[in-house]
Ligand binder design. Sequence first.
Ligand SMILES: *Cc1c(COP(=O)(O)O)cnc(C)c1O
Length: 380
Amino acid sequence: MTEPARPHSSLRAESILVASGRPERAPGAPVNPPVTLSATYHADGEPEYGREGNPTWAALEQTLGALEGGQCVLFASGMAAAATLLEDLPLGAQVVFPDNAYQGVRQLLADRERTGRLRVRSVGIADTEAVAASLSGTRLLWIETPTNPHLDIADIEALAAAAAEHGARVVVDNTLATPLRQQPLELGATASLHSATKFIAGHADLLLGAVITADEELAASLRSRRTLDGAIPGPMETYLALRGLRTMALRLDRAEASAAELARRLAEHPAVARVRYPGLGDHPGYELAGRQMSGFGALLSFETHGDGDTAERVCAALGLITPATSLGGVESLIERRARYPSEREAGVPETLLRLSVGIEHVEDLWADLDAALDAAGAAS
Ligand SMILES: *Cc1c(COP(=O)(O)O)cnc(C)c1O
């Protein structure tokens, strides 16, 4: 994989998405990176074995790295990426993390505390002063913003500055914002993490994770741990994620515009008690998100009147929007998150519905939601 004469650093993100990670221009050469399905390679080159590297990974790593200004290391899933970042800490290191972080990350940290591997401490991540006050003796500050599914907004720049005073690394889970809407490394973070399963791949057809960092030592260490721990991506998954990534700007523009419109309409609906979307003027993180992000994203959460059963009836009454877990795909998905005990523990309200807005026509999405809310009898 070689970069064309014009360096991608001079291109806008929309163009990097399309132009990066292509094979060298040569007559007869393919325009797309071939899917390299090989466990082993002819001796005396690099890689020698499939756990060390793969040309198809390199294409996607080059593209994601160019988007966020660092080196990208891919993993088998977002959780494999998170686990490897934690594994890179010394025994007994303290980690500060959001009390409503992605449930998988919370469970992973709880597990590492149970086994005595790490010491962990949870904080309200939107409360910058409280987070700063908790950083003494901390090796890693884990930020997620916006949070899934509360949609809280954390001040990356202020928190990264506070962490720097304690010599702590800062990881930002950038899954919801995507590289197109938020640049954690520019704001002072050590590393940005993605569940590339979500908006990056964008089609709900694979799992993949990514870490992007400008810290070369950290990147080398993550690569070496990936080889040793074996949480490597599959070449087919990587190829499909790169294919999905090519259209991310278009997908996200559409989904985000629809999310903003649906958030506004839901906020007026008599069956809806509360809408969480950082693009709404009454969201506590509205101004911060407006500064820190270049768009408010395509995920929103809303609470219905009534109880958990009412919210479940709304999901069951939907025809276009699919009740299913996950987010970030072309298809709109909805889920009552309090169906999971781990989410109830993190304070997710019983009636909270997380809506991942896809690229369907916004009027069809609204008609579906409006009818389901009426059918469920959620109006107060
Ligand atoms: C899905 C998700 C993860 C975990 O990623 P997987 O690819 O499912 O392992 C991490 N963080 C956030 C915010 C997510 O939504």
